[in-house]
Design a protein around this ligand. Structure first.
Ligand code: ADE
Length: 323
């Protein structure tokens, strides 16, 4: 039904206009399909297509996610579409997260106007390179972790972090995407006031209901107890650091069931020559008990990331050349 698509939180623009009396008036102008020129297809999912698009007024480029309303209603995915819009509307102040600028709809589709990440998926870059060296892994690991720290501070757990959901912009900087399976935690802490040593991280109040993301990156607590917490994102982060250096994820088997068994048994091995500090970090992240995983603050001060300037500086330096 049309009422299900409330446009609460939709971004709008205000424009100053002079009315007949000569008085300046602020008028709200909502963007719509007609305001964009649509271009090439950037990606296709089961419920959506992402297209490159240009704002006709200022020629600014975006990625527009087009979602088919009938299909989403039929497949009962309305909740996930709303989760994606709500989480993105909470995460507008960080360079490492794809920003949602406008939402609108027509009879057939919903439209999410997003940052364009022209560098594509981190997975694609990694596959082309085989694996990353320590310098590139430190840089991309740091940008991913800085983005995770921000979303957790804003009370959002991603729950499906993986190299396909880490996009790269024209500067080859990280833009995390796909918040359709994210969880908004009750009572997010105010911006910047996160307590890294919070003993409740990974405990009951952080819990999210049942959901399974991508097999290779799923945390053991999600498989065991059907609960995801902030630390579940840090398990996935450990898998990503391993994968950047090794060229393959730590837990991979012929099928999902066997992959899950490996995860629950913590059955993985480092390839020969895996860097020592990275190994120490990964071993402190791939820990079965979420409460015993290294919290964000301690990952940032781990020796693997020694010399990294966290915060705004991380997004001002040039990305290292991939080699
Ligand atoms: N594919 C999916 N989302 C995208 C985005 N925001 N930019 C580029 N390609 C994408």
């Amino acid at each position: 039904t049309a009422e299900e698509w409330q446009e609460q939180g939709a971004a709008v623009m205000t424009r100053q206009e002079i009315d007949a009396s000569g008085k300046p008036q602020l008028r709200t102008v909502k963007k719509g399909v007609k305001d964009f020129n649509f271009g090439r297809t950037l990606g296709e999912g089961s419920y959506s297509t992402v297209l490159a698009a240009t704002d006709r007024q200022n020629l600014k480029e975006y990625a527009i996610k087009v979602l088919d309303k009938r299909h989403i209603i039929k497949e009962k995915k309305v909740k996930y579409v709303n989760i994606e819009r709500d989480t993105l509307n909470r995460l507008t102040e960080h360079p490492g997260i794809v920003r949602l600028y406008y939402t609108f709809q027509d009879e057939r589709s919903l439209y999410f106007v997003l940052d364009l990440a022209s560098g594509g998926e981190l997975l694609g870059v990694l596959k082309k390179m085989g694996s990353f060296d320590v310098e590139c892994t430190r840089f991309y690991g740091a940008q991913i972790l800085d983005s995770i720290a921000y979303m957790h501070t804003r009370g959002v757990i991603h729950r499906d972090l993986k190299p396909e959901n880490v996009l790269l912009d024209s500067d080859m900087f990280v833009k995390i995407t796909d918040f359709g399976t994210a969880k908004i935690l009750p009572n997010p802490k105010p911006n910047g006031a996160d307590d890294p040593g919070n003993p409740t991280d990974g405990a009951a109040d952080d819990r999210a209901m049942s959901f399974v993301g991508t097999a290779e990156y799923v945390s053991p607590e999600l498989l065991r107890d059907k609960n995801a917490c902030k630390a579940s994102d840090l398990w996935a982060f450990g898998c990503i650091i391993f994968q950047l250096l090794a060229g393959r994820p730590p837990f991979k088997a012929a099928n999902e069931y066997l992959t899950f068994q490996k995860i629950l048994a913590l059955e993985y091995t480092f390839p020969p020559g895996f860097p020592e500090l990275a190994r120490d970090l990964v071993e402190r992240l791939l820990v079965l008990e979420p409460a015993n995983r290294l919290p964000v603050e301690q990952i940032m001060s781990h020796r693997f990331f020694e010399g990294i300037k966290w915060g705004k500086d991380l997004w001002r330096h040039k990305a290292p050349r991939l080699k």
